[in-house]
Design a protein around this ligand. Structure first.
Ligand code: HEM
Length: 338
């Protein structure tokens, strides 16, 4: 039986105005965290590596997958940025979200915003979030800007939900992770795949062995760079399809989609080839990757982000990209590297 197309977004009339307020708060945080007066990313500020990559889309995919980027088999150039989630740069030993953002280049087709030929995939280590919606998400980030005041502030913004969100959040970010090369990354939130709603995940396939257990304040960046000096790191790209609003909701970001009723389907493979992060070329790639903006709305219309938290990200990433003078979305190939 094909997956359901009966997914639905519920969009209140005042949503855009409320999202504008959230974007303003994030830009304010970006200003607060500016180093030497230069604003960086509002979140995911710590850079754990920026690499060139290739995304291969497989042939003979099941029909529901064959939309947008997955419509035909092809190999695309891509760029990858690994990050820590906090808005401040801190020791990797600190509990935090970890991110992997992939920008696929030279993608043809109508875009959800703009016209640049890219498709971005932003993932974190958690398959779901403790937040039902963007108001809870930004509420927690905003409240925690001063740790001593965070609980009273949080109670003020999200009320008693704070007692459900905080333990889940702490549990999620405290899971010990040795290497991002061996970790699974999830979109956690849905997007379109043609007429269907899906979530995606990157499943680690192969990576050269590490020299030893990663250690030190920049262990994630060091580990990725060490492994890539020896050989490629590979992940499978997988999609999970919407089943029904009860088990795989679109608007509620706090409900995980169970894999027993929504199994993952493999649609492609990301290869980050062997490369030297400290070579001239490696440094140039890192510099370009840092200057770009990765945004789930840099998407084909056929992969438009879905649900409250995803819709809020449209204004948030745009405002924060502007706030830090991010480079224009790349339209062409990686000729600048050759
Ligand atoms: C649970 C789903 C989410 C995932 C998987 C996710 C993932 C990411 C990742 C990987 C980055 C780093 C991008 C880069 O390397 O440039 C990022 C940045 C960011 N995220 Fe999210 N995020 C999520 C939800 C949200 C929400 C709901 C908001 C706000 C409404 C938000 C606001 C931001 C902002 C402001 C940045 C920095 C953007 C910039 O300055 O360019 N994120 N996110």
């Amino acid at each position: 039986m094909p997956p359901s197309q009966n997914w639905k977004e519920i969009i209140p009339a005042d949503e855009e105005a409320r999202f504008a307020e959230l974007a303003k708060q994030l830009v304010e945080l970006q200003r607060m965290h500016a180093v030497d007066g230069r604003p960086a990313r509002a979140l995911h500020t710590k850079f754990n590596g920026g690499f060139e990559a290739r995304l291969e889309i497989f042939g003979d995919l099941p029909e529901p997958c064959r939309h947008g980027l997955f419509a035909v088999p092809r190999v695309y150039d891509a760029l990858v940025r690994y990050s820590n989630g906090s808005g401040v740069v801190q020791d990797d030993a600190k509990a935090d979200v970890r991110g992997m953002a992939v920008k696929v280049l030279e993608v043809d087709g109508p875009k959800a915003i703009g016209t640049a030929r890219t498709q971005d995939f932003l993932g974190i280590l958690q398959s779901t979030t403790p937040f039902r919606d963007a108001y809870e998400f930004v509420g927690v980030i905003w409240a925690s800007r001063n740790p001593w005041l965070s609980l009273p502030r949080l109670l003020f913004t999200v009320g008693l939900r704070a007692f459900s969100i905080l333990p889940k959040l702490i549990r999620a970010v405290k899971v010990p992770v040795d290497s991002l090369a061996e970790s699974r990354f999830f979109s956690s939130l849905p997007m379109l795949c043609g007429p269907y709603a899906v979530r995606f995940a990157w499943l680690p396939l192969t990576a050269p062995a590490a020299d030893g257990p990663p250690a030190g304040s920049t262990k994630y960046a060091d580990d990725l760079a060490d492994r890539l000096r020896k050989g490629p790191i590979e992940y499978a790209l997988e999609l999970q399809f919407f089943v029904d609003e009860g088990s795989t909701p679109i608007e509620d970001g706090s409900v995980d989609w169970p894999v027993d009723i929504a199994p993952y389907v493999r649609v492609g493979k990301l290869v980050i080839p062997q490369q030297d992060a400290v070579s001239e070329r490696g440094k140039r790639i890192a510099e370009v990757v840092q200057s770009l903006s990765f945004d789930p709305w840099h998407a084909l219309v056929e992969h438009r982000p879905l649900g409250n938290m995803m819709r809020a990200r449209k204004q948030a990433y745009f405002a924060c990209g502007k706030g830090r003078n991010a480079a224009a979305e790349p339209d062409g190939n990686m000729a600048w590297l050759k």
